[in-house]
Design a binder for this molecule. Structure first.
Ligand code: MN
Length: 213
């Protein structure tokens, strides 16, 4: 009798483990009101709790019964297109985005990343200007990225919709979400003001950790 119970438990656990992968909502490393007034609690609750959650839910539903059912998020972003890519891309992008901020953020990067920015853009201020301009001038919904290519070179890219550096084989160091849902409640049409304020909540230690010499 005991043996049968153990066998039953073993089977239940095995079936549970081979069940398709489901993605979960990224857990914020800060309270929802921690980034205010740069990003209000209401915006965080909508952006993370509603928009990002919807991408996660859509992705889980869309991959059911497809070849992506047991893939990692990175594998899906790289190999998918259409609605699966749009949702997977947005899940990946927002994890980078939300992880970048801290209530104690701001200032400038240090060490190797600071040197690389200086070598590519002249100064941190010039880099900031160029990155802000890319964010403000991006037409419609999308992302501005600071990326590192395989040779180590930094560049600023603009991507529409769910576009990201992972898809093009580059490393994402910093990403600004310029979809209206990221700022409209707090800044309405003033995207430039929102972008300008974001610099004060960037945790450069996190950004530096994504950079490899
Ligand atoms: Mn967003």
């Amino acid at each position: 009798m005991k043996k049968k119970v153990i066998l039953f438990l073993f089977l239940v656990l095995t079936i549970h483990n081979i069940k398709a992968m489901t993605f979960e909502l990224f857990k914020l490393p800060y309270a929802t009101d921690a980034l205010a007034p740069v990003i209000s609690q209401q915006t965080i609750e909508l952006h993370h709790g509603k928009h990002l959650l919807a991408y996660v839910t859509n992705l889980n539903n869309l991959i059911k019964g497809t070849k992506f059912e047991n893939s990692t998020l990175e594998e899906i972003v790289i190999n998918s297109d259409g609605p699966i890519f749009n949702n997977a891309g947005q899940v990946w992008n927002h994890e980078i985005y939300f992880a970048t901020f801290s209530a104690k953020g701001g200032g400038e990067p240090t060490g190797a990343l600071a040197e690389a920015i200086k070598a590519s853009y002249g100064s941190f201020e010039d880099f900031k200007k160029e990155f802000s301009a890319a964010s403000v001038s991006l037409f419609g919904s999308g992302w501005a990225w600071l990326v590192q290519d395989k040779a180590g070179k930094l560049s600023i890219t603009k991507e529409s919709n769910a576009g990201n550096p992972l898809k093009s084989g580059m490393t994402a160091l910093l990403g600004f979400d310029v979809w209206e849902h990221s700022y409209y409640v707090d800044y309405q049409n003033r995207r430039a003001d929102h972008i300008n304020a974001l610099w004060s909540i960037i945790d450069w230690k996190i950004v530096e950790s994504r950079y490899s010499k």
